[in-house]
Write a protein that binds this ligand. Structure first.
Ligand SMILES: NC(=O)c1ccc[n+]([C@@H]2O[C@H](COP(=O)([O-])OP(=O)(O)OC[C@H]3O[C@@H](n4cnc5c(N)ncnc54)[C@H](OP(=O)(O)O)[C@@H]3O)[C@@H](O)[C@H]2O)c1
Length: 293
């Protein structure tokens, strides 16, 4: 709940661009604190808290959406031309608002390949994929926007409704093994909770413009899949070596296996004192299981 020393008040109004998996979860979390939260969607839906925004079709929000807005969070990836959908269409309008805080969800892909080594915010980004270079360009445009921006670099996002458990039950899983390959992950509840923690404690904590939000235990995909099969009481199919499996993977799926890094959360969890709800995949997947049964 909001406490008296928190800079967050019930009068605060959040606009969340991209009410998808993380944006939608964040909106629900911030509403529980009594704040208003509106989310964007590319197509019409019946949610009274949703508004239409589609940068590809130049469908922009009505101006009244911005009345009284205090916080903005963008959860939209770069468009097909590498441009940031929000800044491309709404930067001038947003710059006229008196905002307390602006957040942008980015990816740890901007760090590139560290061959399994740990990577932190202190490391220079070194994008390996073209899409990560585009993402870094978007981060930079947000930084240069003169808005009170904070950027969150995220690894693979999972949570109830979108996890390896659902992939197994939908039979959309291959047990691919690549020697020494690890992935970092984050449960969607920790993205929302960490951001809210940082906003609520803004006056007490050192400000960092770029923060990784990742769990404590990067590990192999096989380890996670094996655990999910155990939770579901099913037998795991045989592993396939990446070299053999790759011919059947889409280019985007293949590209994820070309980078290997462990994302450090020391800034968030040690220096800034955030306590993860799900510090590893076991805890996070047990939470997701509730959604399956
Ligand atoms: N998924 C991951 O594992 C992962 C990992 C690291 C970083 N990220 C990044 O973190 C952010 C949030 O991820 P997520 O998985 O929660 O996203 P998501 O569920 O895919 O949601 C993306 C949102 O962006 C909106 N959107 C996309 N293109 C748009 C455009 N041109 N104009 C207006 N709206 C547009 C979508 O609208 P609709 O609701 O209408 O579809 C959706 O609400 C994204 O930037 C993503 O790239 C994701």
């Amino acid at each position: 709940m909001i406490n008296l020393t928190s800079p967050l008040t019930k009068k605060d109004k959040f606009i969340i661009f991209g009410g998808g998996f993380s944006g939608g979860y964040f909106a629900k979390s911030i509403r529980k604190l009594g704040c208003t939260a509106l989310t964007s969607s590319r197509s019409f839906n019946n949610d009274p808290n949703s508004f239409i925004f589609n940068s590809d079709k130049n469908l922009l929000p009505k101006d009244s959406i911005f009345d009284g807005v205090t916080h903005i969070l963008s959860c939209i990836p770069p468009d097909n031309n590498g441009k940031d959908p929000v800044l491309k269409t709404l930067k001038n309008r947003i710059q006229t608002l008196s905002l307390k805080w602006v957040g942008y969800l980015s990816t740890t892909g901007v760090y590139g390949n560290t061959y399994g080594d740990w990577v932190s915010e202190k490391d220079e980004p070194n994008p390996f994929q073209e899409r990560s270079q585009r993402r870094l360009n978007c981060e930079r445009e947000w930084i240069h926007s003169n808005l009170p921006i904070q950027i969150f670099r995220l690894p693979g996002i999972y949570g109830p409704g979108r996890s390896t458990l659902e992939a197994i039950t939908a039979k959309k899983i291959k047990v691919i093994h690549k020697e020494n390959q690890v992935f970092s992950r984050i449960h969607v509840a920790d993205i929302a909770n960490a951001i809210i923690y940082l906003i609520q404690n803004k006056n007490k904590l050192d400000f960092h413009q770029i923060i990784n939000i990742a769990d404590d235990e990067p590990c192999s995909q096989v380890e996670v899949i094996k655990y999910c099969y155990q939770l579901l009481g099913l037998k795991m199919p045989k592993k396939i070596l990446f070299e053999e499996a790759k011919k059947d993977l889409s280019p985007i799926a293949q590209s994820f296996w070309l980078e290997n890094r462990r994302v450090s959360n020391k800034l968030l969890c040690e220096k800034l004192g955030y306590k993860l709800i799900y510090k590893n995949y076991q805890l996070g997947l047990n939470n997701c299981l509730v959604n399956i049964k």
